[in-house]
Design a protein around this ligand. Structure first.
Ligand SMILES: NC(=O)c1ccc[n+]([C@@H]2O[C@H](COP(=O)([O-])OP(=O)(O)OC[C@H]3O[C@@H](n4cnc5c(N)ncnc54)[C@H](O)[C@@H]3O)[C@@H](O)[C@H]2O)c1
Length: 291
């Protein structure tokens, strides 16, 4: 029988952290937290204006920061991100594959919606792992954090494409954990599964490709979308999530569960359902409060 310990963690001081979706929300909060611990930062984002602002804000604190315009859905962009990182700082140590977008429901979404959500939330993480992991393994030092969600631990109504990508990110991260452990690698991996966090995730449509914008009919949000938006607005502050992410890197812990008891309850309810019980009841407002 094989058993696995989580590796000793990493002191990020003087190390380089690459963060996708680094111009806003969880990415920017984590950049701020890691910079305060002495890390050098590479912020990658698809939005030039907020990216420039975020770089300026962090440089104002004395941090060494590079901003790279990057669409994580494009392999070539992620390869250029790696090259820019190595050319500026010589190495990458922390890779936070965090850029992500919300999407529509399974019922009624055009196939282009599936493709967009999947290209950012899943391909973006795959490319980040594929492009950066060889560097980390070569130096036998580093830590990858992949952003999933509580929606990657249990199905949520109205979010089929999003749930599908987040379950996939949990699966690929767990698989990678075992791959690295079996090789005795010192490279660590974590998966971040937060509940609702007060960010701009509800405005993801701002980054939708133009051809998709032309297809998705503009309409008033339904009751489920309204509840999800209210839950995000009432969610925890991104700085709380950033503290959890930094702690997991420093201690090399796989699961990052800022809403820990919701994650555990969701998993227990799924297990009970698998064993012949009933599906879980869903209360978005309560979940937002961490209940
Ligand atoms: N906010 C929540 O309640 C919540 C809960 C669970 C998981 N998450 C996840 O957290 C991650 C970060 O989201 P957030 O909540 O901080 O939202 P956010 O919208 O504030 O930040 C997301 C960032 O990703 C960038 N981005 C979008 N598409 C991109 C692309 N193709 N390439 C590069 N950058 C791109 C955006 O410009 C933005 O800066 C996402 O993966 C999201 O799914 C969020």
């Amino acid at each position: 029988m094989l058993s696995f310990d989580e590796e000793a963690g990493m002191d990020v001081s003087g190390r380089t952290a690459v963060i996708t979706g680094g111009a806003s929300g969880i990415g920017l909060a984590t950049a701020t937290r890691l910079a305060s611990a002495g890390a050098k930062l590479v912020l990658a984002d698809i939005e030039q204006g907020p990216l420039d602002q975020a770089v300026k804000q962090l440089q104002g604190t004395g941090a060494e920061v590079l901003g790279v315009l990057c669409d994580v859905a494009k392999l070539g962009d992620v390869e250029r991100l790696r090259d820019a990182t190595v050319s500026e700082f010589g190495a990458a140590h922390v890779v936070f594959n965090n850029a992500g977008v919300g999407g529509g429901p399974t019922i009624g979404s055009p196939i282009e919606m599936w493709r967009w959500v999947s290209s950012v939330n899943l391909d973006g993480v795959v490319y980040g792992v594929h492009v950066f992991l060889p560097l980390l393994m070569e130096q036998d030092e580093g830590h990858i954090v992949n952003t999933a969600s509580l929606a990657g631990l249990g199905g949520v109504p109205g979010m089929g494409p999003y749930c599908a990508t987040k379950f996939a990110v949990v699966g690929l991260s767990e698989s990678l954990f075992y791959d690295l452990a079996l090789r005795g690698s010192k490279v660590g991996v974590s998966v971040l599964c937060p509940g609702f966090v007060r960010t701009r995730i509800g405005e993801s449509g701002r980054n939708m490709p133009n051809d998709l914008k032309g297809i998705v009919p503009s309409r008033e949000p339904g009751p489920l979308e309204g509840a999800a938006a209210a839950a995000v607005a009432a969610g925890i502050d991104p700085s709380v999530v950033a503290e959890h992410v930094a702690g997991a890197i420093e201690r090399s812990e796989f699961w990052i569960l800022p809403h820990h008891h919701v994650a555990v309850r969701t998993t227990e309810q799924r297990l009970a359902w698998m064993q012949g019980g009933t599906p879980a009841t869903i209360n978005l407002a309560k979940a937002a409060r961490g209940g």
